[in-house]
Design a protein around this ligand. Sequence first.
Ligand code: SF4
Ligand code: SF4
Ligand code: FES
Length: 255
Amino acid sequence: MTTATPEAEAASETHTPITVTLKILRFNPEVDEEPHWESYDVPAQPTDRVLNLLFHVKDYLDGTFAFRRSCAHGVCGSDAMQINGINRLACKVLLKDLLEKNGKRTEITIAPIKGLTTLKDLYVDMDPFFEAYRAIKPYLITYGNEPTRERIQSQADRDRFDDTTKCILCACCTSSCPVYWNDGSYFGPAAIVNAHRFIFDSRDDGAEERLDILNDGEGVWRCRTTFNCTDACPRGIQVTKAIQEVKRALLFKRV
Ligand code: SF4
Ligand code: SF4
Ligand code: FES
């Protein structure tokens, strides 16, 4: 994320109101043949989040504007979008980090995430994304008798998959992946991250079946290690590293 300029910091401290032009890629399937850009002037404070500006457009300028959001605190993962061309959560991006050098008026572009069909404005069809997620069996699998006491796990064992437990299924990673853009049948990084979370869990017995699933033509071998996914993740998950660990487990047939 860009660092705030001194001017933006100053504006932020004095709560100087500014006007921001939001350039939003709009699409209404009922009337539009193609998406088109529309611009909105929005009054704002440098400490506002991009989500606040989107609410202003919807509440005061155009009630037909459609976008997903829920928690507004970086937890639910529903407001992923391209902000100035980079996948971000609108509720986690502060305006002051996007301001131009003079800290005054600025233009911000907002577009839906790529690789998933746009249904309306910033709404994309998440079904293929969640189908890939479900396909890797994102739940604990155990066989044999039910244990009579708690399944104990050492701190070291827990550390093996700690990073991938942080995923909030926002799709920032998958929709920044060039392989996924070109062929949506690739499972995509988010599905692999969630497979990793269970494959490396010492309490789980389903690693082999998940690895089999990810070993097929649409699985981990499609990844070209471009790191777009790691750069895009708002949770700071080392996505490409997790994918590499899954590849290694397949190569050496060992978790
Ligand atoms: S590292 Fe792999 S999964 Fe991540 S963006 Fe690049 S090709 Fe896609
Ligand atoms: S790995 Fe990161 S970017 Fe990908 S879905 Fe999970 S939280 Fe979002
Ligand atoms: S609205 Fe929930 S993560 Fe942004």
